[in-house]
Design a protein around this ligand. Structure first.
Ligand code: PPE
Length: 302
């Protein structure tokens, strides 16, 4: 099957022609900001989940790094819709990315042009096909999350994923699906590509954004859905050991959706299966993503 066309700086380019020069600034210095969004095949048609919020975060990431993308949020939203439509895919993952292109070499990116790209592809369950139901086995990484005021974590920047890549390799090479990063002070942060929630005595806890986590859009959605159910959600400083004695722990993310965690450092979490609150929240999210129910106006139908 023909690979989907890619939106590059305002026009569509064939997949195989969407190439860039080796002296692209971002390749040398990590100067990119990006997004990950999913389009779902709902019972009511294909729809992008939280398209405006993802494009706003892309613009915010760009602003933090002094990158003017040259498009409004609405223009980027429309470009995303067009890219999905043109692909002919009913469900896909979207990867908008903006980066510093070819120009002067050297650390200063200010005189390098900002390129903007949106690509789509089919992407299945992030942590394996069984993970959503049965959960994953993870460990606490030997790598910490970056310290505050080093790499801005509210920006979803390419360079941040060097840290995430170390965490992921450490996990996979040790036989785990994923690693949990602690902050420089030893509090629970997030996974290499997911936010984390734990449930203790019916209350949900997740790290505050000030702990150098990515302010996840799925995290935000789960907080809203939990509040709809009357659950209490606290943004808490979570000590490492609270993970081991939690009733339930799960990851959230665009790619990971809601993935239960069944063991951490070989401690079985709760009953070792997807917990009841995790399941309720997963179902509430999947009712939106698969059935197209949309009480919060989070779907953009393509
Ligand atoms: N933390 C990190 C570090 C992260 O990369 C993601 C998304 C999240 C939290 C969850 O954010 P959100 O998607 O807005 O709920 N990670 C993306 C990239 C995964 C990849 O391997 O690439 C994603 O899930 O799309």
């Amino acid at each position: 099957m023909k690979k989907p066309d890619i939106w590059v700086d305002g026009s569509f380019v064939r997949h195989e022609d969407a190439t860039f020069h080796v002296l692209t600034h971002a390749l040398h210095y990590g100067t990119s900001v990006f997004e990950g969004t999913r389009c779902y095949k709902t019972e009511k048609g294909s729809a992008i989940f939280r398209n405006p919020e993802h494009m706003q975060r892309l613009l915010d990431s760009g602003r933090i790094y002094r990158m003017d993308l040259g498009y409004s949020r609405e223009e980027l939203e429309e470009a995303a819709v067009e890219t999905v439509r043109r692909s002919g895919l009913e469900a896909c993952y979207l990867r908008p990315i903006a980066f510093r292109g070819v120009g002067p070499m050297g650390v200063n990116p200010l005189n390098n042009p900002v390129r903007v790209v949106i690509a789509v592809w089919e992407w299945g369950a992030y942590l394996g096909p069984e993970a959503l139901e049965h959960g994953v086995d993870v460990h606490v990484s030997s790598w910490n999350r970056m310290a505050p005021n080093t790499f801005p974590s509210m920006a979803k920047a390419g360079g941040n994923y060097l840290n995430a890549g170390l965490v992921k390799m450490d996990a996979v090479l040790n036989g785990y699906s994923e690693g949990i990063m602690l902050t420089v002070n030893g509090h629970v942060g997030e996974g290499s590509g997911e936010n984390l929630f734990l449930v203790k005595d019916g209350v949900l806890h997740t790290a505050p954004v000030a702990l150098s986590i990515l302010p996840g859009i799925t995290r935000h959605s789960i907080i809203r859905l939990a509040e709809d159910m009357g659950l209490t959600v606290k943004e808490s400083l979570i000590p490492r050991e609270a993970l081991y004695i939690a009733d339930e722990v799960f990851f959230t993310g665009t790619a990971a959706e809601v993935t239960p965690i069944r063991s951490i450092d070989k401690h079985v979490i709760g009953s070792g299966k997807r917990g009841p609150i995790t399941e309720k929240l997963q179902t509430a999210l999947f009712d939106i993503l698969h059935r197209g129910q949309d009480p919060h106006g989070w779907l953009t139908f393509v």
